[in-house]
Structure formats: C-alpha cells, structure tokens
Design a binder for this molecule. Sequence first.
Ligand SMILES: Cc1ncc(COP(=O)(O)O)c(C=O)c1O
Length: 391
Amino acid sequence: MKIQSKRMDVFQPSIFTKLKLMKLDYTKRTNKKTIDFSVGSPNIAPEPSIMKVMQEAVLVPENYKYAINELPEMKSAIHDWYQNRYGVQLEEDEMICLQGSQEALSTLFLALCDQGDIVLVPDPYYPIFSDGPKIANATVEYMPLLEENDYLIDFDSIDPEIARKAKMMIVSYPNNPTCAIAPDSFYEKLIAFAKKYEIIVLHDNAYSELVFDGKIGKSFLSFDGAKDIGIELNSFSKTFGMAGARLGVMVGNKEIIRVYNTLKSNMDYGIFLPVQYAGIEALRHGGKGIKSTCQAYQDRRDLLMEEFKKAGWMIPKSPATMFAWARIPESYKDSLDFTVDLLEKTGIVVTPGQAFGQQGKRYVRLALVQDKEAIIEAGLRLQQADIFKNK
Ligand SMILES: Cc1ncc(COP(=O)(O)O)c(C=O)c1O
C-alpha cells in the first residue's frame, strides 16, 4: 500500500527536528549542556493582564463552544489597532483572524492558486513561504535577497516573462532570517510592480513591533494602492509573546479575504474563545509590554555582538526581528558543515542558513532567545574553541 502522496516528496523532516537529534546526540556523548540559538520561539512572557483574561475565560463553560467566527469585539480591536498603530483604516470585511499567521501561509495558496501557477518567493525564506505554495502544487520561482542589496528584492532582476505569468508574490520585512527592514521607497516599487504585472502580494509582517534603535515598523497597507493588490498577515506571537496561543490576522483586500474565508470556513470552526479574549486584551492594553520586549531583544542583540566579537565572530547589527544573520568562515564547505562543527566544538546550536534556501548557504541564523548569562557563556566557549581567529 502506498501511503505517501506525491506532494509529500518535496517535504523532509524540518531542520529543527534534525537539530534536536544532533543536540541529543551531543549531550549523550559529551555530558555537556548545549546553548540553543536555533528555534525562534519567543521566551518573553505576555503582559500579566493578557494571561489573566485568558485564565478567567477558560473557567467559563460557555467559552468551550465552537467560536466559528471572530467576536465582534475582536474585529473592532483589530480595526482600532491598525488605525492607531499604522494609520490604516480597515472595513469589517477586510479582516479575519487566523490560528497564527502560519495557518494562512500554509493554506492561502490552496484558495488562490491553480496547479502550476507561479508564486514568487524571496530566497532566503521563512520555510513555509516555499512549502505553502508547494502544498497547493503551485510553482515557486525564487527572488534572491543579496547582502549587497541590503537583502531587498530587486524588482529589475525579475525576468518580465516570469513576472507576467506570476500569480502571487510573498514579501516580508522585517525579514526572517536576514533581519532586514525595507524603506518606504521599496514598498512604492513593490506596489507599482505588482499592479503592472497583476500579481497578488502577500506581505508577512510578523516582526512589525520588533524594530530596533528607535525605528518604527510600518504596515504594507499604509502605502497607497496596497489594498488593491494584496493582504498583510500579522501575528500575536512575537508582538505579545503569545506564540503558543496561536493567533494572527489577515487584513487587506476584501476579495482575497472573502475567497480565503470560504476555504477556511470549511476547514476550521474558529479560534478558541479564551484566546480571542486574550487577543482583544493584548490589542487594547498589551501595548505596554511591546516596548520592553523589543528592548530585551535589542539588548540581547548587542550583548551577542559584543561577546562573540571577543572570539573573532563579527555578528552584523540586526535592524529588527529576534534574530541575527551571520556569515560563516570561508574555510567551511557550507552552513551545515559549520553548524555541525560549531556544535561539536562549543555545544552552541544555530540554524544553518541553507535551511532557508540556496542563498543562505554561507550564513547561519541565531535566534535571540537566550538570556544574558547564556550569551556570555556562549561567547566564552567560542573564545576557547578558537574557531574564528584568523579566519
Ligand atoms: C516570518 C514569519 N512569519 C510567520 C511566522 C509564524 O507566526 P505565527 O506564530 O503567527 O504562526 C513566523 C514565526 O516564526 C515568522 O518568522
């Protein structure tokens, strides 16, 4: 009996599953603890009021029914957040809630793409950017994000023949894994390009609130014409530290949202009501915590740069997100080779850049999820291992 569909042929166990096995093996062999910078799971707790609202709501028996849709209070909280935070006006039919933005990144293409439709995906990419279109049997064409272009998509280098055939384009700044942010002029070019070639834009804005050094993240929808051609995903995971509670939003073009909602209404029955109540509290009063969360990631970034520099590893200053994206020494074959050697010599775990696409081959991503003591300890281990001196 053949169990696996052909569609599954493009999928392998995720890099984090492999890294976990490597970690276990290392600890078993050496009896030493690892310091893990691989998974980007936020470890800064939500504001106490968010947890309190959730706690109270889980004790109400009525809240265990199918939610089916967003609560009206949720829509109005999203409306007010987008208006106050980004200056974007949203109508009722221009927003829906998601079980995290990952939900739409996995299934939106089923609603919008036919077999073989082209989806333009940045490379390096957050893995589901490439896997989502593949689940829908769409064809992925990669757009390289190069360090010399500040990791911005270069619209002039996209083959016009491919652009004409493309159905969708995925764009995401602040960017995971490169940490890049995009200037306003980029969004103006993006919208002009998408209109010229009639391409639907999916803008993933998961890190809009994790922008450092006093800069402020924007919404794609705040640029003229964006709603004509696209939607934006936003997430409660990093902004409010609610990753496990699974809550996100899709906002923007009402026709795209209508089509997606039709598919979604056949697939799920809405978001657990206590999660919705906690989300409303986050949007209404959770803003206090954002500043300190952002500052905490920025402090970790600075400490990581400082401590790793002592060992000869120059980590670039991430302008945003909760990551660092760093080149590997020339002497290594590729980023996996480096990751294995780094673990072996220091017990430090990073994500090899090639897990994010071809363009990541000579980089690794470090998630800023370790506290001060662990970052200092990692720096000391690097100094002792002497991996970077003279490289
Ligand atoms: C760029 C990007 N988009 C989306 C997500 C998923 O967010 P959510 O928890 O809302 O599904 C992540 C999570 O790491 C991410 O890095």
